[in-house]
Design a protein around this ligand. Structure first.
Ligand SMILES: C[S@@+](CC[C@H](N)C(=O)[O-])C[C@H]1O[C@@H](n2cnc3c(N)ncnc32)[C@H](O)[C@@H]1O
Ligand SMILES: [Zn+2]
Ligand SMILES: [Zn+2]
Ligand SMILES: [Zn+2]
Length: 268
C-alpha cells in the first residue's frame, strides 16, 4: 500500500490500515485477533485480468466492483444495499496487480489535505487539492479495531471530556446475524480520521474485503468533486432517534440547506 501521509499532531500515531486495539481478556477480542491474522480463503486463478465470467473474486462479489479499468466504483451494483460484499483480488490470486479488481489495497489518493474548517467549531476537515471524479476511492477510515466494551468506555469518556468522537461502528447482516466492526482512529489512525459528517455528503463509506475476513471501511466519492472542496460522508442513518437521544447528540454544522440539525449517533 502506498500511503505517504503523516499526522501534524505528534500525539496521534499514523497507521495505513486497521490494527487490533489494546488487549482485552475476552472471546470478542480473541476473535478480532484471529480474523485479523486470517487469510480469506477465496482467490482467483485468472490469467492477468479478471472478468465476471471467470473470476471467483468477482463471482463472490455478485458483479464487477469497479468500472473504467478498475478505477471507479460500480454504482450499478447497488452499493450500500447490495447483498453481495465487495471482495477485491488478494495476494493469493494469480491475476496481475492491475487486474481491475484492486483499488482500496493500493492506498489513498495523493491530493488530500487536512485544514481547519471555515466553521472552526467543526475542527479540522479533509479537503481535495484536485478534481475527484465520481466513484473514485479516496481513502480508508482506519484505526484501532475495538470490542464493544472498549468502544462503549471510550465513547462515554469522550462525552464526559467533551472530546471529538472518532469511533465508527459498521453493522453488517448475514443470514439474520449482525456483525459489527468498530474502528477508532482517535489516537491511532490514518488520514480518513479528518473527514467530517454532512447531511448532504459528496462521499460514501463502504465495507471492502481484501486479504482478511475483516472489512476495510473504504470511502469513495459519490459525485464529481471540485478542487478545494471539503470531503464529507454521512456518519449514520439513525438520524431520527428518540427525543432523549436527541438531547445528547451534537449540533450538526454541515451548513447544508437540508441539514437535519443534529449529528447522527451510533447505536452499539
Ligand atoms: C471523525 S472526527 C472528524 C475530524 C475532526 N473535525 C477533527 O478536527 O479532527 C468527528 C468529529 O468532528 C466533529 N464533526 C464532524 N462533522 C461535524 C458536523 N457536521 N458538525 C459538527 N461537528 C462535526 C465532531 O466533533 C465529531 O465528533
Ligand atoms: Zn480474478
Ligand atoms: Zn484479479
Ligand atoms: Zn447537517
Amino acid at each position: 500500500m502506498n500511503d505517504e501521509y503523516v499526522h501534524s499532531d505528534s500525539n496521534v500515531i499514523y497507521v495505513d490500515q486497521n490494527i487490533p486495539g489494546p488487549f482485552e481478556d475476552s472471546v470478542e477480542y480473541n476473535n478480532i485477533v484471529c480474523n485479523f491474522n486470517s487469510q480469506l480463503i477465496n482467490y482467483c486463478k485468472c490469467d492477468v485480468s479478471c472478468s465476471i465470467e471467470s473470476c471467483l473474486c468477482l463471482m463472490k462479489s455478485g458483479d464487477a466492483n469497479y468500472e473504467i479499468a478498475g478505477c471507479t466504483l460500480n454504482f450499478g451494483k447497488d452499493i450500500g444495499n447490495s447483498s453481495y460484499p465487495i471482495i477485491e483480488c488478494n495476494s493469493l490470486c494469480s491475476c496481475s496487480e492491475n487486474c481491475g479488481n484492486r483499488l482500496v489495497q493500493k492506498g489513498p489518493l495523493d491530493c488530500l489535505e487536512v485544514k481547519t474548517c471555515s466553521n472552526i467549531s467543526k475542527g479540522k476537515g479533509l479537503f481535495t487539492t484536485k478534481v475527484i471524479s465520481k466513484g473514485t476511492f479516496i481513502c480508508e477510515y482506519a484505526g484501532e479495531i475495538l470490542t464493544l466494551e472498549q468502544a462503549k468506555k471510550r465513547h462515554k469518556l469522550n462525552d464526559t471530556l467533551k472530546k471529538m468522537n472518532y469511533i465508527f461502528c459498521l453493522n453488517e447482516y448475514c443470514n439474520g446475524t449482525q456483525y459489527q466492526m468498530i474502528i477508532d482512529p482517535s489516537e491511532v489512525g490514518n488520514i480518513g480520521r479528518y473527514i467530517n459528517h454532512s447531511c448532504d455528503p459528496n462521499c460514501i463509506i463502504v465495507p471492502v474485503r481484501v486479504d482478511t475476513p475483516l472489512p476495510k471501511l473504504a470511502i469513495y466519492s459519490q459525485l464529481d468533486i471540485a478542487p478545494g472542496s471539503e470531503l464529507t460522508y454521512n456518519y449514520g442513518t439513525n438520524s431520527f432517534g428518540s427525543s432523549e437521544e436527541a438531547e445528547c447528540r451534537k449540533k450538526c454544522l454541515c451548513g447544508n440547506n437540508n441539514c437535519i440539525g443534529l449529528m447522527p449517533s451510533d447505536k452499539y
